[in-house]
Design a protein around this ligand. Structure first.
Ligand SMILES: [Zn+2]
Length: 329
């Protein structure tokens, strides 16, 4: 991956400016906690930060990317930059002890030392306590950068010693692109981005057969509502309800239904680039012949209302039966 300030400045303007500022003003803290979803650029910024700390030819806050220090950080083998990743499921005390030992020697090239702990929330209790001791005796020249997707799982005593930088969630378009880079089709990436703004959740759902079936049922239901409304009650009873057993699952099903009718509204408004169900463009087109924009907007209201009734503990099957009757009207 290309590491460059301009990339991260664009996606994470606030945190990258904060980091750059502290370098320029020479006010680097002893410890940082970078918190944010996967894919938001925490590791990239941490590596850039390290580069700027070590680079001998830095101009204002930006490293040169060319010198020996920069090149070695890029290739992952700078002697005074240490990376810690979970060893299996967790980060163990021995890994922190090892780091501490390394740090008792002065830097090989300069006196500066930086360590980055990836998925810092995976530290065992012993590892956390060890790290805390280490943070309590800071050396002038040492900078710790902890990365996490879940800052609440970090010991509060560690958190309080860190400057916390919160990374913005990915914008939908960025998430959509990243999911496609992972090999997902545009249709899948688009739908998952509508469902969540979290990379991990999107990847999990992309492999989830329950979700795939849910999506199929939604397409079947709207098809039936449009073409064979008489069969809807049986479909709801025999296929829809058995799949959406839990309230939370049914909420998800109704969300997908909501996207479908929102697509019809977008279609009417000539905003086809906004479609969520991109692979069903013809069906959306067909449906927008049958249902005017006013109908579709009305149905959106009914679906929202159904979702609220579910929250208020109305019987799920009743909610769906009422909703499907309202949509046929
Ligand atoms: Zn450099």
């Amino acid at each position: 991956m290309e590491i460059h300030w301009s990339n991260i400045l664009e996606t994470q303007p606030i945190v990258s400016k904060m980091v750059m500022n502290s370098i320029q003003k020479n006010r680097i803290s002893h410890a940082y906690l970078f918190t944010g979803d996967k894919g938001t650029g925490k590791l990239t910024l941490a590596q850039l930060f390290a580069m700027s700390i070590f680079c001998q030819k830095r101009t204002s806050g930006e490293p040169c990317y060319q010198c020996r220090d920069c090149k070695r950080i890029k290739s992952g083998n700078h002697p005074d930059l240490h990376m810690i990743y979970p060893d299996g499921a967790s980060i163990k005390k021995e890994q922190i002890l090892h780091l501490q030992k390394e740090f008792t020697y002065t830097g090989l090239e300069s006196n500066k030392k930086v360590y980055i702990i990836s998925q810092a929330d995976k530290m065992t209790d012993n590892a956390s306590n060890r790290l805390l001791k280490f943070l309590e005796e800071p050396s002038q020249q040492t900078t710790a950068i902890l990365l996490t997707e879940n800052s609440q799982s970090i010991l509060s005593t560690i958190r309080s010693r860190c400057q916390i930088l919160s990374f913005k969630p990915l914008q939908p378009k960025q998430l959509e692109e990243k999911l496609q880079e992972e090999g997902l089709s545009l249709a899948n990436a688009r739908l998952l981005t509508a469902v969540t703004n979290n990379w991990n959740e999107a990847m999990e759902k992309s492999k989830d057969t329950w979700f795939a079936q849910a999506r199929k049922l939604v397409v079947q239901l709207v098809d039936m509502l449009q073409h064979n409304p008489n069969e809807v009650p049986i479909f709801v009873h025999t296929q829809w309800m058995p799949h959406f057993k839990e309230r939370i699952q049914l909420q998800e099903g109704l969300d997908l239904l909501l996207f479908w009718f929102r697509d019809i509204v977008h279609y009417h408004l000539d905003e086809t680039s906004e479609l969520v169900f991109v692979q069903h463009r013809e069906k959306i087109e067909d449906a927008s012949m049958a249902w005017s924009i006013i109908h579709a907007a009305d149905y959106l209201q009914h679906i929202m209302h159904a979702k609220r009734k579910l929250e208020q503990n109305v019987h799920p099957q009743l909610v769906v039966e009422q909703l499907t009757l309202q949509i046929q009207r």
